[in-house]
Design a protein around this ligand. Structure first.
Ligand code: ADP
Ligand code: MG
Length: 696
């Protein structure tokens, strides 16, 4: 092994055929060293392994054909096109032509008597012919060295001035002639147990597979390793969380007392989740739990139980939400419920004035506030909690990783409950929230009438307005949502302000219409929301500021204009604002399907209102990065695996990783000694593990 370097230590320009100029180009593809090259995976493959003789050429099929060049000619057609033509034979009667248009230099590529393999679709034009074939001139009748024909051929993503042929050659050089030591770092016992091929075999076969089976084995090996390392991080983080946390007392009668605060019976799902949370909080390790529930499943109640338990033990609690409107609403709900118990509840948002803010800040630092409801104002500097025992993050999708952990770090190992707005598909949960325990709420409160969803075009506008009027006559309220605040000259989009004026003056005369949007002052927004909640307005014209969390059970109609512009998650969220009371509700999506995706989204909305199904569809359509939205979402950069397509590999890898960390939490077993380094090389940047002491 002496003298051999490992691939990541060999700069790409030292690979045969690269040099300084090409190195610059390859760097554009993210290839800086030999290791990068080895793991630069083909985008697709073509099976050109089956080479046939000229007599076996089959019209209509795409084939690799071997023969001898019998004739080469370049001439001009009547139309002026320059044509290069060669005749390839098997030395007997069979012949096939290869033709190039307007590539006169091709004529110089061939000489009579050469053996050639060409690949392409066989056409019949009074003779057999392949137009612009891929070809390879075969030295001494041997196929050795041919990378583009006679095998399963890789295709890479390219950049300017880097061709497939070139890249194949360079990868081949690196794999088979460069002096390097391609080590396998995955513990042997895991490889053996999972029947995974060796790393060297895997990279060889991912580029130049001997067979489709080998390609599959190679792929599985690379993906498994990647997922395994990712899940090691998840498992280690989860293990680390076992450090001492706060043990909240379980009170026998607490649950009974809590139930009495509400008029309704809890759903089975609520009871189950409350029990899971209670169990977590009673442990002396910190709770770190994700509550997955659909819109309207009643997550707030569950959160309130956690609040109660923490406060009873003398701790402060904080609940962070993404918008001021939602903070305000939670504040109202929570103080209404808990004020009678003598708890001190405070609201902390960006919009409040300096002196109230200072007052609340001091209260918080003296430990006099029991519950602090707020936006990310809660994590700002200068907010010092005295004894923060529980942190709740609602509608987590609007926050980045740093904000989520920021709140937790305001206390000493506080219990943490993170709540989703709509369900997240399991593949993503394991990737991004893989270190958390998970509670599911798949059931909605009983007595809810279903929501009927319509997707209509512009021609139905009048009937939509009539329908809205009818619902208002019945004493119900209506949301009407627009994508923009103001109309602009450049865009045809209807906007909230303009439509508000128009609706109020022309369409809904005598009906109380209000407007709300994100650019209004906090006080103004609060007042409008309050008045709307109290029934002083019948219609609320809005932008998507009302998208998350807003809960006004008397609203039975949600009209969304330009519905084709919204993503599935957003539409589902908007629809989730209705169907919260005892009345039948209607979601009316006005939109033109401009793309296949938008029509698919709108159809899905008509088909189902099951958030778990919708989220799977949404992930399908958008892919993980878009699905999670915020850049700081915590989605690790993956080189090989596709978390959706390769989900079963993820599950296998997770099982092994968790078992390993469970048995060897500090990675001290000599068999596991490589793992820490591997993880840091692979995910050090994207998962922030460097400064988190992920293994202690
Ligand atoms: P989400 O899960 O979307 O946050 P909320 O917590 O806002 O849902 O609850 C939606 C509505 O359902 C609220 O008005 C709440 O009071 C009500 N609710 C919650 N639990 C129940 C229940 N078990 N029975 C009837 N209504 C309930
Ligand atoms: Mg909610």
């Amino acid at each position: 092994m002496q003298g051999k370097k490992c691939p990541s230590e060999i700069p790409i320009r030292y690979i045969k055929g690269v040099g300084p100029k090409m190195a610059v180009l390859l760097e554009k593809l993210g290839i800086k060293n030999a290791f990068d090259l080895l793991v630069y995976l083909p985008r697709r493959y073509e099976d050109r392994s089956n080479i046939v003789e000229v007599k076996d050429a089959r019209p209509g099929e795409t084939q690799a054909i071997i023969g001898k060049v019998q004739k080469v000619g370049t001439f001009r057609a009547r139309t002026g096109t320059r044509i290069t033509e060669i005749v390839v034979t098997d030395g007997k009667k069979s012949r096939i032509f290869a033709v190039w248009y307007n590539q006169p230099f091709m004529g110089k590529m061939f000489s009579i008597g050469q053996t050639i393999v060409m690949y392409g679709k066989v056409e019949v034009q009074a003779r057999l012919q392949i137009t612009h074939p891929v070809f390879e001139i075969v030295e001494k009748d041997s196929l050795e060295g041919s990378l583009s024909i006679g095998r399963i051929v890789p295709f890479y993503s390219l950049t300017e001035n880097v061709t497939q042929k070139y890249l194949r050659r360079v990868v081949y050089e690196a794999l088979f002639s460069a002096q390097m030591d391609i080590e396998d770092n995955l513990p042997t016992y895991i490889r053996a147990k999972k029947k995974l091929v060796d790393f060297k075999f895997a990279v060889e076969n991912i580029h130049f597979p001997y067979s489709m089976e080998n390609l599959e084995r190679a792929y599985k090996r690379l993906v498994f390793e990647e997922f395994f390392l990712l899940q090691i991080v998840m498992a280690a983080r989860r293990g680390r969380i076992k450090n001492k946390g706060i043990k909240h007392e379980k009170h026998e009668k607490l649950a009974e007392e809590f139930k009495k605060l509400f008029e309704f019976e809890f759903t089975g799902a609520q009871k189950k989740c409350i029990a899971q949370i209670e169990e977590d909080m009673a442990q002396d390790k910190p709770m770190y739990r994700l509550l997955q529930g659909d819109v309207g499943s009643g997550k707030t109640v569950v959160a309130m139980y956690a609040l109660l338990m923490a406060i009873k033990g003398g701790h402060q609690t904080a609940i962070m939400v993404p918008t001021e409107i939602l903070a305000r609403q939670h504040y109202v709900t929570i103080s209404k419920t808990f004020m009678p118990l003598g708890f001190n509840v405070r609201l902390l948002v960006g919009g409040i004035d300096e002196s109230s803010r200072n007052f609340i800040k001091e209260e918080i630092s003296r430990g006099e506030t029991d519950i602090i409801v707020g936006t990310h104002a809660l994590i700002q500097e200068g907010i010092d909690y005295k004894k923060l025992g529980l942190v709740i993050i609602d509608e987590q999708h609007k926050f980045g990783v740093e904000q989520r952990t920021g709140l937790r770090q305001k206390g000493e190992m506080p219990d943490t409950l993170v709540m989703t707005a709509t369900p997240i598909p399991r593949s993503l949960v394991l990737t991004v929230f893989g270190d958390m325990d998970i509670s599911y709420m798949k059931e909605k409160p009983v007595g809810r009438e279903p929501i009927t969803t319509y997707w209509v075009g512009e021609e139905k506008r009048e009937s939509v307005y009539e329908f809205v009027k009818d619902e208002i006559k019945k004493g119900h309220q209506v949301f009407m949502v627009y994508p923009r605040i103001k109309k602009t000259d450049a865009s045809q989009l209807r906007a909230a302000e303009d439509m508000y004026e128009h609706l109020k003056a022309d369409i809904f005369k005598g009906i109380n219409v209000a407007l709300i949007h994100g650019r209004m002052k906090t006080d103004e927004k609060d007042k409008i929301m309050d008045d709307f909640r109290k029934g002083r307005y019948d219609i609320l014209v809005a932008t998507t500021v009302i998208e998350v969390g807003v809960d006004v059970p008397n609203v039975t109609v949600m009209v969304v204009e330009h519905a084709e512009r919204y993503g599935l998650a957003q539409l589902h969220q908007l629809r989730g604002r209705i169907g919260r009371g005892k009345f039948s509700s209607y979601c009316i999506l006005i939109g033109e399907a401009k793309t296949d995706n938008s029509s698919e989204r709108l159809s899905v909305m008509m088909e189902t209102d099951d958030g778990f199904k919708i989220s799977e569809k949404d992930l399908d359509i958008r892919g993980p990065g878009e699905f999670l939205g915020t850049r700081q979402s915590g989605l690790p950069e993956l080189k090989f695996g596709n978390i959706v397509k390769d989900f079963s590999i993820m599950e296998e890898a997770r099982e092994e990783a968790f078992k390993l960390i469970n048995e060897d939490p500090r990675l001290e077993d000599p068999r596991n000694r490589n793992i820490k380094k591997l993880v840091e090389e692979r995910f050090g940047k994207t998962l922030n593990i460097g400064d988190e002491h992920w293994i202690t």
